[in-house]
Design a protein around this ligand. Structure first.
Ligand SMILES: [Mg+2]
Length: 398
């Protein structure tokens, strides 16, 4: 079986980054992008308005709308921006019904804690954590998305018991500057920039001790160029914030008036049309521009498992916690592998491949703390049992 790392070596050495099929899709998208006839919403194109007054579009549809495709239209961009970034959620009876049926399918990881630890019995748990909205609250200024000291202490303890990786859309250096724990693995830029622990981790494996993997390094000059173009283009939209994530660029619209979202989408699209090797995806109040290589948080998860020596292992139990659509790639990988599970951080029902849910970062912290306590207790128990056996063996020998 060809390992993922071998596949990657092949992919990067051949520089085969964009398939012909993808190229033709991109060309179609550019053709549509330059056509002004696609700028106006018709009733038929409007997505359904969901309970609570915000728009719901299935994840698949969002993907169809946002990934570069022949059907890409400005109005669907804006609708999708609204769908993944609801600005008003009202409490209505139907929303409550939706919520309770969703919770049945994606129960709270806190309530299911015992079942979860039972399922992990005899297996090595490996933790994957998204950053924004998972370890830190979503805040107006993305530069100030700090995690609390209590959360940092929790993650530090977690990494003592389980190999732990932070997987984020942000630039790796940026996410490290927030987390500041050298004993973790970091996968920045949606997994396109991976580095192993610089110190203090017992979970390092052979040749990949200083894992450093950057499958999109040849895109750096293009990303620099697009960053500058977006900065210039969006400066007339108050509140828009362009963030350089080394291998990708984020355009945050958390502080942009909803009335100006279409203007911003138009600006971003006008820059992107010159870069067919880049694609656009979307997170919570953020547009993400990244290379069209087939690499995402799911691939990063597989790469890290392989680097840790769990490539073809059946006794590994990966747990991925994230709040974003980009985390779905990782949830999907876990479902397909039939190993471990994903936990979606969300207060509202969402179409997801995660098995469980947590409402917000404070619940994530509770879950991680319980995991640490459980592991500590089970290690103590094992230690006591071993000591008892040793004592018995000594007394029998005498
Ligand atoms: Mg997130």
């Amino acid at each position: 079986m060809v390992s993922l790392i071998e596949q990657i070596d092949k992919m990067t050495s051949q520089n085969v980054l964009v398939s012909d099929a993808t190229k033709s899709e991109i060309n179609m998208a550019i053709a549509v992008a330059v056509s002004n006839s696609a700028l106006f919403t018709t009733a038929a194109q409007k997505p359904p308005v969901g309970p609570g007054g915000f728009i719901t579009i299935s994840r698949k549809k969002l993907l169809q709308n946002l990934e570069i495709s022949g059907a890409a239209r400005l109005n669907t961009w804006v609708d999708s921006m609204k769908a993944s970034s609801p600005t008003h959620i009202k409490s209505t009876p139907s929303l409550c019904q939706d919520q309770s049926s969703w919770i049945l399918h994606h129960p709270s990881a806190l309530e299911m804690f015992e079942q979860i630890t039972k399922a992990s019995k005899g297996k090595q748990i490996v933790m994957f954590l998204d950053y924004d909205g998972t370890l830190s609250p979503i805040v107006e200024d993305p530069d100030r998305a700090f995690m609390s000291d209590a959360m940092r202490a929790t993650v530090r303890k977690l990494a003592r018991y389980f190999p732990t990786a932070i997987v984020s859309g942000r630039c790796r250096d940026k996410v490290y500057s927030f987390v500041r724990l050298a004993e973790l693995y970091y996968a920045g830029s949606h997994g396109m920039d991976i580095k192993g622990p610089s110190k203090g981790s017992k979970y390092k494996n052979g040749a990949h001790q200083a894992v450093l993997f950057q499958p999109a390094s040849e895109f750096v000059p293009m990303i620099d160029e697009v960053y500058k173009a977006l900065l210039e283009k969006t400066k007339s939209t108050p509140g828009a914030k362009v963030e350089h994530n080394k291998f990708c660029v984020s355009v945050h619209f958390r502080c942009v008036d909803e009335k100006r979202w279409s203007e911003l989408a138009l600006q971003v699209r006008s820059v992107l049309k010159d870069y067919p090797k880049l694609r656009l995806t979307q997170g919570r109040k953020v547009l993400e521009i990244r290379p069209t290589i087939k690499w995402d948080k799911g691939k990063a998860l597989e790469f890290l498992l392989e680097s840790l020596g769990f490539a073809n292992c059946t006794d590994v139990f990966p747990v991925y916690i994230g709040d974003d659509r980009t985390d779905e790639d990782a949830f999907k990988v876990l479902r397909e592998r039939g190993q471990g599970f994903g936990i979606l951080v969300s207060k509202i029902p969402k179409d997801t491949n995660a098995s469980y849910s947590l409402q917000e970062p404070s619940e994530v912290m509770d879950f991680l703390q319980r995991l640490v306590r459980w592991k500590r207790l089970s290690l103590r128990r094992q230690f006591r049992v071993r000591r008892r056996f040793e004592e018995m063996a000594t007394s029998l020998a005498n």
